[in-house]
Design a protein around this ligand. Structure first.
Ligand code: NAD
Ligand code: ZN
Length: 350
């Protein structure tokens, strides 16, 4: 089989030929039809995350071992199954749940493998979908597409899943006004999902007018380009000068986190999702005085993915796939995402 591998930070991806594995026991071999190109693949390629103040968190310190095949938004066709597999057979169109856990920690025990203490996620800690085949460790991580378009389904494994989990968290205080920062792969899914599952007026913020126009088409009630220095003031006036009930920050860098905090009303709820990173100083006393909640959201669990698949089947959400690349073009796909040339999601068709 052929895979595009990251061999080290910022090194061009290498195309590698290797033997196609035969699935054993509960394993399933999936022939990859499409794999989404996520900004997290870029962080993996860059070698880590910006902690602010010149500090950097290396992915190798989190347990990543190079070389690794990236790609965690994997959709394909069952090619071969191990002896223990039931319910799936050759030819089934499937989406792969990539956020695999150890199976024994407290999070895994309640079904939240995405929050595992010792994660084994596909495309991060073990080889993922930038490849013509992926070996899935257990059939319990698969869900049948049942007619959902394979390319649009890729988003349901990460960008849609993460947005779904984050929007559910932002909905805990029944927001009248919800601010979504970042209209990229995750944020545009966030807008659609917020439209479907909350009753909030949606205010979407980005630096790119084309992405904002798309956000409007997807259901945002207000769009604002944060290059405008009055963005914070404009959001406050949209929110009856009280502020937004909830903010979901799909960028989560110093300017966006500061913007989020500045527009949050009393009892407000800030959900941080993006991994752009950095650090900020904040006024501590306003947190208790305004009784603000600040929380993180990290992908979602298997059941969330299945719920999302149902929403996609009904057409309630419709992930945008704007660009397609071959496996040999994996470098270009990542470069284009870095240069902010991708609207919604790009996929690689191995
Ligand atoms: P993307 O590149 O598709 O989109 C990023 C968007 O943010 C773009 O539209 C860009 O214009 C906008 N943006 C960048 N800087 C901005 C700023 N200062 N102000 C306003 N807008 C700004 O990325 P994506 O795939 O949507 O991922 C977004 C982030 O979320 C990445 O850091 C990614 O690694 C992370 N992520 C987190 C999780 C999680 O579970 N928490 C899961 C997947 C991805
Ligand atoms: Zn992702």
């Amino acid at each position: 089989m052929k895979s595009a591998q990251i061999t080290g930070p910022n090194e061009p991806l290498k195309i590698l030929e290797s033997n196609t594995p035969r699935p054993q026991q509960n394993e399933v071999l999936v022939k990859v039809k499409a794999v989404g190109v996520c900004h997290s693949d870029l962080h993996l390629w860059e070698g880590g995350y910006d902690l602010g103040d010149g500090q950097f968190m290396k992915v190798t310190d989190r347990g990543v071992k190079y070389p690794v095949t990236p790609g965690h938004e994997i959709v394909g066709v069952v090619d071969d199954v191990g002896d223990g597999v039931t319910g799936f057979s050759k030819g089934d169109e499937v989406i792969v749940y990539p956020w695999i856990g150890c199976g024994i920690c407290p999070a895994c025990k309640v079904g939240n493998e995405n929050l595992c203490d010792a994660p084994k996620s596909l495309g991060v800690f073990q080889d993922g979908g930038y490849s013509d085949y992926t070996l899935v460790p257990n059939y319990k991580y698969l869900a049948k597409l049942n007619g959902v378009n394979p390319e649009t389904a890729t988003s349901l494994a990460c960008s849609g899943l993460t947005a779904y989990n984050a929007i559910k968290k932002s909905n805990q205080n029944s927001p009248a006004f919800l601010v979504i920062i970042g209209a990229g792969g995750l944020g545009l899914m966030g807008v659609q999902i917020a439209k479907a599952i909350t009753r909030a007026k949606i205010i979407c913020v980005d630096l790119d007018d084309q992405k904002l126009d798309t956000a409007k088409k997807m259901g945002a009630d207000f769009i604002l380009n944060s290059k405008d220095p009055d963005t914070s003031q404009k959001i406050l006036s949209i929110c009856d000068n009280k502020g937004a009930d909830s903010v979901v920050d799909f960028v989560n860098a110093p300017p966006t986190a500061k913007l989020g905090l500045s527009v949050l009303r009393k009892r407000g709820n800030l959900v941080l999702v993006g991994l752009f990173g950095g650090s900020i100083e904040m006024s501590l006393v306003t947190i208790p005085l305004k009784s603000i909640t600040i929380q993180g959201a990290y992908t979602g669990n298997y059941n969330d993915m299945v719920e999302l698949l149902e929403l996609a089947k009904k057409g309630t959400i419709n992930p945008i796939i704007s660009k397609r690349y071959s496996l040999d073009e994996a470098n270009t796909a990542l470069e284009d995402l870095k240069a902010r040339k991708i609207l919604g999601r790009a996929v690689i068709n191995p």
